[in-house]
Design a protein around this ligand. Structure first.
Ligand SMILES: [Zn+2]
Length: 298
């Protein structure tokens, strides 16, 4: 099982602890950060752009009922950031130019490369695009639009590509326009954030994680866990839940070195030792031992 760190600042010691560190280049809010020279994996949000849409609301994706796909104001969808219409030509040009400038030895982890959901997009551009193509089946149209954009991305950069996608085993094509069959062989891995502000309940992860692994068996699957708010024993519980299904990789979203706190907890807690002793799964045991090894007793 690979272990990745998703964070916002580079530290040399991460090289030994992790199999890869994801560092942001373009954030879903629209900010662009300089590429950290040591970063081998850079994240690029494709259609997230809260800042850009504040300046120019015409860029936003539009729901079938007319609301804009914007953070805060769109109560129905509850977006954490604002979504650009996938057919906005200037935004698209900016993204291609940004990708073109990324050194080709990087792996680019694309995020938000999807329609916001099945209610989008009904802006003037997208209505005209459907008329032009003579394609009024919304699912097929969304899939066609994203396929073409993916081909343009592929032409814009020689860097290897991976994708972060909604953790939806059965709705990617139907709801978001992302066609897994088309992506096969074109991406290094698919990453699914399985986030919670706490991991007190994990039964839903016991359903979702194996479903994602089974559904995307033709891909390397990375499950991303959220470390910022949850307390460390909840994180351990979530990690154990994911690890027992043996995904290709696990990524930890961690902005404040919570992973060192996790290491200490795994190394010192007696119940953890008991669990690890009883679990017959060698991958699970190796993962726990690896994290424990980061903890240097005082
Ligand atoms: Zn549109």
């Amino acid at each position: 099982m690979k272990l990745f760190l998703s964070t916002n600042r580079w530290k040399p010691e991460y090289e030994n602890r992790f199999d890869g560190v994801f560092l942001p280049h373009r954030l879903p809010f629209g900010a662009v950060k300089p590429i950290e020279p040591h970063a081998r994996i850079v994240t690029v949000s494709v259609f997230g752009d809260t800042i850009g849409i504040q300046k120019d609301p015409d860029r936003a994706a539009v729901a079938v009922t007319g609301e804009l796909a914007v953070a805060k104001h769109n109560v129905y969808d509850g977006f954490a950031w604002s979504w650009v219409c996938p057919n906005h030509p200037d935004h698209w040009q900016e993204i291609l130019e940004l990708l073109h400038r990324i050194p080709e030895d990087k792996l680019v982890l694309l995020g938000d490369f999807q329609f916001p959901n099945e209610r989008y997009c009904f802006c003037h551009r997208c209505r005209a695009d459907r008329d032009r193509r003579g394609l009024h089946d919304l699912v097929e149209w969304r899939v066609q639009v994203l396929r073409e954009w993916f081909q343009e991305i592929r032409a814009a950069t020689r860097a290897r590509l991976a994708l972060t996608l909604p953790p939806d085993p059965y709705g990617l094509r139907q709801r978001y326009g992302v066609d897994p069959a088309f992506l096969q062989g074109k991406v290094e891995f698919l990453m699914f954030p399985v986030y919670s502000l706490d991991y007190r309940l994990t039964y839903w992860m016991d359903i979702l994680v194996p479903a994602l692994i089974q559904r995307f068996a033709d891909f390397r699957v990375v499950i991303e866990l959220y470390l910022v708010e949850p307390c460390v024993h909840e994180i351990a519980k979530a990690l154990f839940t994911v690890a027992k299904y043996d995904p290709w990789g696990i990524a930890l979203y961690d902005l404040a070195e919570k992973h060192l706190e996790l290491a200490r907890y795994l190394a010192e807690d007696q119940r953890v030792q008991d669990i690890v002793r009883r679990v017959p799964h060698p991958g699970f045991r190796a993962l726990v031992q690896r994290i424990q090894s980061w903890h240097a007793p005082a």
